[in-house]
Ligand binder design. Structure first.
Ligand SMILES: [Zn+2]
Ligand SMILES: [Zn+2]
Ligand SMILES: [Zn+2]
Length: 159
């Protein structure tokens, strides 16, 4: 099911681009898969969906949407390029540095910072990817257990 009124399709329309089948298909697939895919995953899913959309068309569409700030590329955990949907111009992650779990969150409250940076550097900010790194709750709990196990007093007194 294609959402014709998502932030991404609005961004395409506002920039004067038609909602063609390759554009809608790619947006829909990205949305369905949590907002990020590698190029090989994306190519495979597009092919499964619609064999009339060729590779060249996929990459042309991706290039256009990158130019418009609807999709950004990122390199996650290695050298593989991921295509990432930027709903409303932003995308936020918390990434566990231990187990690499990725948590998505919506509300970034970056507007005051963005306004300040626009004033300071005279730029127009169109979007952002915010990634916070740290230990997730599971890894923190595991670490706390290890620590408490390590600090259990050893019974090595010789009376
Ligand atoms: Zn973790
Ligand atoms: Zn994400
Ligand atoms: Zn944000």
């Amino acid at each position: 099911m294609i959402d014709f009124d998502s932030p991404s399709t609005r961004a395409l329309r506002n920039a004067g681009y038609k909602l063609t089948t390759p554009r809608l298909t790619i947006l829909e697939i990205l949305e369905k898969h949590g907002g990020h895919l590698t190029s090989s995953e994306l190519l495979k899913l597009v092919e499964e969906r619609d064999t009339t959309i060729g590779r060249a068309s996929v990459f042309r569409t991706l290039d256009l949407m990158i130019k418009l700030g609807i999709i950004w590329t990122t390199v996650q955990g290695g050298s593989t390029v991921h295509y990432m949907l930027m709903p409303g111009g932003h995308h936020h992650h918390i990434i566990c540095t231990n187990c690499h779990k990725l948590i998505e969150f919506e509300d970034c409250r970056l507007e005051p910072l963005i306004r300040a940076m626009q004033d300071k550097y005279g730029v127009r900010v169109d979007g952002h990817l915010l990634e916070l790194y740290g230990l997730c709750s599971d890894c923190r709990n595991a670490q706390a257990m290890e620590l408490s196990a390590a600090t259990i007093p050893q019974d090595d007194d010789d009376d």
